[in-house]
Design a protein around this ligand. Structure first.
Ligand code: PEP
Ligand code: MN
Length: 335
């Protein structure tokens, strides 16, 4: 993999001529047009390319070999932030979005009520699990296809785009009208699933695995991107450490670190990260303060009777209060 930055003022004809030459050397060329420059990502066996020769061309600003194993997600490959757009909502590159909703879709009344309330509080995207990856096979596994149908009803009622988790690529057809497909922490390294999602053009919300490094996380995003799908949102949701006081340990350094390494948007899920309602607002605010492009928060109309994750689910009033506080933090850290 090599990155070639073209000089400002390079004409289309000059660029095409160079690309033709590169392709003749057996390389795939990925073109990335930025505001101030154009970058060619040379994919394939670049060992035979004469870097000196390439660098000496009039239209070439610089040539660099990329040594990181992740290429397309790499910020060197694309200096500008990727901005994901769903149903008029933008995430990344200075656009901040809040996703909220219950852990699982339970009934039509529940999902519609929560959807209306999180919308009224200012959430831009509705979350809700239909396929639930539960630690115990005896726990509620989700309403599956019916859950997606109910989410679509809630989308119709509120206009909110929806995000929901996929566990198996065999069910991809059910996700045709879903706006963002979530890959849960437990499936971060389900490479067959990632590859199938890479062949779609759906935005993918990829959650960090329970015990995965940031580089492994980016390699999973690379799996999706290498199949052609560029629309990925990374989500830090806490990792396993020796401490058990909170459900997981929220690694907030992941936010600036991922922004440094990659152009993809990074959001934080303080609900699964902490597991306790009282820790969710402070960590959501901390996520905003450290530069996250969004947060995903679990909200339930009746947490005491939730079929899943009631302990970490905010009531709608608590969520509305959090939204106010997030606005204040955003204003305080805005540059
Ligand atoms: C979820 O968001 O519903 C979920 C199961 O999260 P995670 O994969 O992060 O545990
Ligand atoms: Mn949950």
């Amino acid at each position: 993999m090599m990155i070639t930055v073209l000089k400002k003022g390079t004409t289309q004809g000059q660029m095409e001529h160079l690309i033709h030459w590169l392709k003749n050397q057996g390389l795939d060329v990925h073109i990335s047009h930025g505001e101030n420059m154009t970058i060619l990502g040379l994919i394939g066996n670049t060992s035979k390319i004469d870097m000196e020769l390439l660098g000496s061309l009039d239209i070439v600003e610089s040539v660099k070999r990329v040594s990181d194993p992740f290429k397309q997600v790499n910020r060197q490959f694309q200096p500008e932030d990727t901005v994901i757009e769903v149903g008029g909502v933008k995430i990344g590159g200075g656009h901040f979005a809040v996703m909220a909703g219950p852990c699982s879709v339970e009934t039509e009344e529940q999902i519609i009520e929560v959807a209306m309330k999180v919308k009224a509080a200012g959430a831009q995207i509705l979350r809700g699990g239909a396929f639930k990856p539960r630690t115990s096979p005896y726990d509620f596994q989700g309403l599956k296809g019916e859950g997606i149908r109910l989410l679509l009803e809630a989308k119709k009622a509120t206009g909110l785009p929806i995000v929901t988790e996929i566990m198996n690529a065999n069910f991809l057809d059910l996700f045709a009208d879903v706006d963002i497909i979530q890959v849960g922490a437990r499936n971060m390294q389900n490479f067959d699933l990632l590859k199938e999602l890479g062949k779609t053009d759906k935005p993918i919300l990829l959650k960090r695995g329970l015990a995965n490094t940031l580089k492994e996380f980016l390699m999973s995003a690379e799996y999706i991107m290498s199949e052609g799908n560029q629309n990925i949102i990374l989500c830090e949701r806490g990792i396993r450490t020796f401490d058990t006081y909170s459900r997981n340990t929220l690694d907030l350094t992941a936010v600036p670190a991922l922004h440094e390494m990659s152009h993809l948007p990074v959001i934080v899920d303080p609900s699964h990260a902490t597991g306790k309602v009282r820790f969710v607002p402070p960590m959501a605010m901390a996520a905003v303060a450290c530069g996250a492009d969004g947060v995903m928060v679990e909200v339930h109309n009746d947490p005491m009777h939730a079929l899943c994750d009631g302990a970490q689910s905010l009531r709608p009033e608590q969520f509305a209060d959090l939204m106010e506080r997030l606005r204040i933090v955003r204003r305080a850290v805005e540059q």
